[in-house]
Design a protein around this ligand. Structure first.
Ligand code: ARG
Length: 583
């Protein structure tokens, strides 16, 4: 359905047209001075320029048309030509009913069934999932859910880093430790490899990576192993498959704990079968040329202010690199899903890489010209010292350790709660902890760095996940106390200012979603969830629902707060935050 500002924009556009002006002048905004009016239109100023008339006169003309419309309680012109509008309470109640009946709760369906491929997560096989991948998972998951709610078809792909040097390092180190394994024999064609575990990988990768920094021979060996793997040496492929099995199992467990899930578990290795085709296309289009032994494509533009190096497709040893697999993956995605957009939720420091890849993809026409390829880059999660977040011993924190840390902090915080039973304590603490971390992240615009501050994130006050979960539990308990078995929306009229404010906030939610999806920014969803919760709290403070003796008023209020709960829960679901019944 249309949002309230879209509906009013049509009404005001009609009025402009009736007065002989262009319809496009009738855009309506929500007022930033709710004490004066609810909505505003500034179209008279542009009309004044066009028609060489005073804006005030134009506004008066339009106002006279609008004043006849019964949806308005008041239409006023403020000097020098603003049109200020307030709608009637009856109209607000009528629209509220429509939003409540709408299967999308008033969220505008702007997606037109177009397909978006979202590439997020991006963990590297054989390396533990660390905090650096946390933001990608949290932001990507909520963008996926947001886009689906707005009517897009979304395909999510984890795009594993499973084809690079880190695998060569691990296989080379395994070989040094276990030279007698069948899979390392030159003539190995098929057979099983010994079982590995996640703990083994967690130990081997950092060890091998460190070793390659001091031991030149080992480094060369690891590069050779990587190239042999990519060229399909059967023994290495067999170990690689075992590494992949163990790593993916471990990753799936971790993502599940975070409520993050992917439609596709493809990796860089899956792009391998498109690489020959990629090279063929680039060759046919005469884009590929040799430079210092490597095969590259120029992607520089005249307008570039900073140097733009060519993108390397094949290194001098004929191996593929990060850009190669990303380009080949674009061929695959375009073929499989014909998406209108491909979004990459990746650390913004990879900006140069993606600029090169996108330019090359467009130049080579791997996707239609109108397909949007976009890096939704995110900033860094910092510690209190303003530097990238580290564990106390200075290491990079593993995601599993982070979940444990926040769960413990939440458990401590909830220790004194009379509403949390011993038996539910751990589960509730986990949900509250994860909600705190996710909301603490998503409330910031994704491109910004932010400081990880678990005490702040767990606060019961302010813009926090904890406050939102707590608000839901308050509504739960009020509804329980009133024994209202049926909480369908059936508000019949409006009684108080706080109630009007709450209904307006509900009706303005559709616009927030429109903005959030346009900007690809879940922080607007966070802000609105907070706004709804804060206005609910004010409403509840001002109106004593439980003590209310007028039964129909009480019923209206209960259905209003029940709907507020439903809408806040919808926000939380989009943020992939699970609520709790009590806390
Ligand atoms: N594995 C990469 C990393 O850890 C992220 C992958 C992002 N996605 C992509 N299509 N390049 O940095």
């Amino acid at each position: 359905m249309k949002t309230i500002t879209q509906i009013l924009t049509e009404t005001v556009s009609d009025a402009f047209e009736k007065c002989g002006y262009e319809r496009s002048l009738g855009t309506v905004f929500v007022s930033d001075r709710m004490d004066l009016c609810q909505f505003q239109c500034n179209g008279s100023f542009a009309a004044a320029k066009q028609f060489r008339k005073a804006p005030f006169i134009i506004a008066e003309e339009v106002k006279n048309v609008l004043a006849e419309n019964p949806v308005f309680l008041s239409v006023e012109v403020a000097k020098p030509g603003f049109i200020n509008m307030t709608v009637t309470d009856e109209y607000l109640v009528e629209l509220l009913g429509k939003v409540a009946d709408d299967e999308h709760l008033g969220i505008p369906q702007t997606g037109n069934d177009e397909t978006i491929v979202i590439d997020y997560g991006g963990p590297n096989v054989a390396k533990p999932l660390h905090i650096g991948h946390l933001r990608s998972a949290i932001i990507g998951e909520s963008l996926k859910r947001l886009a689906r709610e707005c009517g897009y078809k979304v395909v999510s792909d984890v795009h594993l880093g499973d084809w690079g040097l880190q695998i060569g390092l691990v296989i080379a180190e395994l070989e040094e430790r276990n030279p007698s394994w069948e899979c390392f024999k030159e003539d190995f064609t098929e057979g099983t490899v010994p079982e590995l575990t996640a703990d083994m990988l967690n130990e081997i990768y950092p060890f091998a990576s460190q070793k390659s920094k001091t031991d030149e021979a080992f480094k060369i060996k690891a590069h050779q192993f990587t190239a042999d793997l990519q060229n399909g040496r059967p023994g290495y492929i067999a170990v690689w498959k075992e590494i992949l099995r163990v790593s993916v199992n471990d990753l799936k467990g971790n993502y599940e704990k975070l409520g993050v899930d992917f439609d596709l578990w493809y990796g860089e290795s899956d792009a391998d079968r498109y690489i020959d085709e990629l090279v063929q296309i680039l060759t046919d289009k005469k884009l590929l040329h040799e430079s210092e032994g490597a095969m590259v494509v120029d992607v520089e533009l005249e307008s570039d202010k900073a140097p733009m190096p060519p993108v390397i497709i094949k290194k001098s040893d004929n191996s593929s690199i990060y850009a190669t697999t990303d380009l080949a993956t674009i061929i695959q995605r375009n073929r499989d899903f014909s998406p209108s957009k491909i979004w990459y939720v990746v650390d913004k420091r990879q900006d140069l890489h993606f600029t090169q890849v996108f330019r090359c993809a467009k130049k080579a026409e791997l996707v239609p010209a109108e397909t949007e390829l976009e890096l939704l880059g995110f900033g860094t999660m910092n510690g209190s010292d303003g530097k990238p977040y580290k564990t106390r011993d200075g290491g990079v924190m593993k995601l599993s350790d982070l979940i444990e840390t926040v769960t413990n902090a939440a458990a401590e915080k909830l220790r004194s709660s009379e509403f949390v039973s011993e038996e539910d304590h751990t589960e509730i603490a986990k949900r509250v902890g994860i909600a705190a971390v996710k909301f603490g992240d998503l409330i910031n615009h994704r491109s910004k760095d932010y400081i990880f501050d678990i005490d702040k994130f767990l606060s019961f006050e302010g813009k926090t996940g904890t406050y939102l979960l707590y608000t839901i539990t308050r509504i739960n308990s009020i509804i329980k106390k009133t024994n209202a078995e049926n909480t369908d929306m059936k508000v019949s009229r409006l009684y108080t200012d706080a109630e009007r404010e709450l209904i307006l906030a509900i009706l303005l939610t559709g616009d927030v979603f429109r903005h959030a999806i346009d900007e690809k920014a879940p922080n607007y969803v966070c802000d609105n969830a907070y706004r709804l919760a804060a206005i609910f709290s004010k409403f509840y403070h001002d109106n004593h629902i439980l003590g209310e003796t007028d039964e129909s008023k009480k019923k209206d209020w209960i259905s209003l707060i029940a709907f507020t709960r439903k809408l806040i829960l919808k926000h939380l679901d989009i943020l992939a935050i699970e609520p709790v019944e009590n806390m």
